[in-house]
Design a protein around this ligand. Structure first.
Ligand SMILES: [Zn+2]
Ligand SMILES: [Zn+2]
Length: 168
């Protein structure tokens, strides 16, 4: 996967600067098992490229939409993703870790993936006040704060409750 940007006009011209807007459609989803920017969705990048002595400095603002599942009530949710990155692409590298200018291009794909993945929530929630599901009947507690049970209504959920009791 590549997201190549031509930088030949900036090379070896310290002080030169250029701004571009990129609409990128990733070939594969970016994220984790619980929250993901889907494949083929539009990822917008406002990119500033600056020529510096060692190479080309890329500064980006990324806007994307992620799909997730609330970790408490399991409802599908959409999340706006806004992340920044700044990386130097060097003309010559001292280690394999370095990003480099290759054939007058820089490849932003991995930078984009890393900056998005590092900023996605581990446990997305539909709202900060989401109370999740009743461990006995599975209804959304946010919709019915008062409800309770005399005894478990469903054997599947009583197993869960035994588990919860052991935790105490
Ligand atoms: Zn929720
Ligand atoms: Zn219940």
């Amino acid at each position: 996967m590549t997201l190549l940007v031509a930088v030949h006009d900036l090379m070896k011209r310290p002080g030169q600067m250029r701004e571009i807007q990129i609409d990128h459609a990733p070939e594969m989803g970016i994220g984790t098992s619980v929250v993901e920017v889907p494949a083929k969705s539009t990822v917008k990048i406002s990119l500033r490229l600056e020529s510096v002595h060692e190479g080309v400095l890329a500064t980006g603002e990324v806007f994307a939409a992620a799909e997730a599942q609330c970790s408490r009530c399991l409802d599908p949710i959409n999340l706006d993703v806004e992340v920044d990155f700044q990386e130097l692409f060097a003309y010559s590298s001292s280690s394999d870790e370095d990003l480099v200018v290759l054939s007058e291009h820089i490849d932003l794909e991995q930078v984009l993936i890393d900056s998005i993945v590092l900023n996605l929530p581990f446990q997305p929630v539909c709202s900060k006040t989401c109370l999740g599901l009743c461990p006995e009947c599975g209804i959304r507690l946010t919709q019915d704060l008062e409800h309770g049970h005399e005894k478990p209504v469903d054997p599947r959920f009583s197993a869960l409750q035994d588990f919860a009791n052991k935790e105490e």
